[in-house]
Ligand binder design. Structure first.
Ligand SMILES: *[C@@H]1O[C@H](CO)[C@@H](O)[C@H](O)[C@H]1NC(C)=O
Ligand SMILES: *[C@@H]1O[C@H](CO)[C@@H](O)[C@H](O)[C@H]1NC(C)=O
Ligand SMILES: *[C@@H]1O[C@H](CO)[C@@H](O)[C@H](O)[C@H]1NC(C)=O
Ligand SMILES: *[C@@H]1O[C@H](CO)[C@@H](O)[C@H](O)[C@H]1NC(C)=O
Length: 451
């Protein structure tokens, strides 16, 4: 926009140098006509959407409602693809699997928004990184996750660490001895432990001060983000009184979270320097440090360069922050919703029980080896995640080239938001979408009569 404005100024100055009044009037009207024409063409080529106000777009109409619900509402009116102006950012929402698939399989769809809060992470990690850094982290993490046993197979190292947490969780639940407990906190620590074991071979003990600190920072962080969300799209908003303090607290929060992971990274680097470590990597941190050692010993021409132009420790720490924030809340919310669904759907709960009774002996533990025998339980998990839309919006992407959808053009630099909640409620894929029906994920009828 600003380069356009500069361009128009130059043209206006040039017109002022014209000698005759008539010529000037003619030139001005041509320019005006051209600007109007260009804008009409621009707006006509965009997917449909509501009108906003200048500079702010639809932000004044959000009324503190969560964006995912506002978008879901709009998709009822405008359909599977619509555009809205969020402050200075043109935003296009995608509501159908077909469009999401088309967009995300393009090689020019992987940029990230260049907005103030996003930029706090400086492009490190995996969630806000882009280009070569993002691509290499993604490939590396996929490979190493599989190597560390993150897959749906029995007896992996990953399953063993989950199993350890479950033993402790069950013991803790039994200790409560019939007194109601809030499972959120208990589940939270054990999920966090699974993530920490995978990342850096670490577990929080019960009543761990560090865990409490971590939890508080994360919950506070979410509140703070809500207070400056408009600033993402209208930079002037962050100049309002009080907003700078919020931004500074967010920064301090991030520093605390990073310090926790950073201390572990530094500690491990020291440990490795003091001992031979040509053994199997114990966790993701070892995988990263092995890779760094390998690259440091290589000719610069042979390096794949997993960390192009970034400080490796900062990058590893941010990957850990990202894995934590992507893994923790999603897993915890899924588990809590599964509990709620079992309470609200006693018939489904009964089927879960009978599947368990059929394949797991009393006192035996459920393991990954049971998975294929118990399709109903897997379907319950999938259906819970669908109905509750654990993650209602996918992460915002930015397209680096224009994208044509039928008669519309989404110009390069648009914020693209996948409406996962809309997709999950698509009646063509999920008939009667508002009903909780795990059976929809099962092809063949299963029956659990008395055996
Ligand atoms: C959705 O639209 C309905 C009717 O137009 C309105 O009453 C409701 O407040 C809207 N909800 C959100 C979250 O925008
Ligand atoms: C992206 O895909 C287009 C065709 O779909 C191709 O022409 C282009 O070379 C690709 N670019 C990269 C960087 O792979
Ligand atoms: C979106 O808006 C922000 C804040 O106004 C701006 O910095 C950014 O360049 C815009 N565009 C993109 C693609 O993020
Ligand atoms: C908390 O973490 C720090 C490292 O960030 C560590 O030095 C300290 O021992 C930990 N405290 C507990 C109680 O584990």
């Amino acid at each position: 926009m600003s380069s356009n404005a500069l361009y128009y100024c130059l043209v206006v100055i040039a017109i002022n140098y014209l000698s005759s009044d008539l010529l000037r009037i003619f030139a001005y009207s041509t320019l005006l006509f051209w600007i109007i024409f260009k804008n009409i063409r621009y707006y006509k080529s965009l997917p449909p959407g509501p009108w906003g106000v200048p500079f702010l777009g639809i932000l004044p109409f959000m009324n503190k409602r969560p964006p995912h619900l506002v978008y879901l509402n709009m998709s009822k009116q405008y359909g599977d693809v619509f555009s809205i102006q969020m402050g200075s950012n043109l935003t296009v929402c995608l509501g159908s699997t077909k469009l999401m698939k088309e967009f995300f399989s393009r090689n020019d769809s992987t940029d990230r928004p260049n907005t103030p809060l996003n930029n706090l992470l400086e492009g490190f990690g995996i969630i806000t990184s882009q280009g070569a850094l993002w691509k290499r982290q993604r490939m590396f993490l996929h490979e190493k996750f599989r190597a560390l046993g993150v897959k749906l197979w029995p007896n992996t190292r990953f399953e063993k660490s989950i199993s350890m947490e479950i033993d402790e969780l069950i013991a803790e639940l039994q200790e409560s001895d019939g007194v109601p407990v809030n499972p959120g906190y208990l589940f939270g620590r054990h999920i966090h432990n699974v993530i920490c074991q995978l990342m850096m071979n670490y577990r929080f003990q019960a009543d761990d001060k560090n865990f409490t600190m971590f939890n508080e920072r994360v919950i506070r962080g979410m509140q703070l983000f809500g207070l400056v969300l408009f600033g993402e799209h209208v930079p002037a908003y962050l100049k309002l009184p009080g907003k700078m303090e919020v931004l500074n607290e967010i920064k301090r929060n991030l520093v605390d979270i990073s310090k926790f992971h950073g201390d572990h990274v530094v500690e491990r680097i020291k440990q490795r320097a003091n001992s031979a470590h040509n053994k199997e990597p114990a966790d993701l941190l070892d995988c990263y440090l092995d890779k760094l050692d390998e690259e440091n010993s290589m000719d610069s021409n042979d390096k794949k360069n997993i960390f192009p132009d970034v400080d490796p420790v900062k990058q590893i720490v941010q990957v850990m922050n990202d894995l934590f924030s992507a893994g923790m809340d999603t897993s915890l919310t899924s588990l809590l919703w599964t509990c709620i669904m079992m309470l609200k759907n006693p018939e489904a709960a009964e089927k879960v029980r009978s599947e368990l009774r059929k394949f797991v002996a009393v006192g035996e533990k459920v393991t990954m080896a049971h998975r294929l025998q118990m399709p109903y339980i897997e379907a319950v998990v999938l259906e819970t995640m669908r109905v509750a839309s654990i993650v209602p919006l996918g992460t915002t992407h930015v397209n680096s080239k224009d994208w044509k959808i039928g008669k519309y053009v989404v110009p390069a630099g648009t914020h693209i938001v996948p409406l996962i909640n809309k997709m999950n409620m698509d009646p063509e894929i999920y008939p009667e979408p508002e009903l909780f029906k795990p059976e929809r994920f099962i092809k063949d009828e299963i029956s659990y009569g008395p055996s």
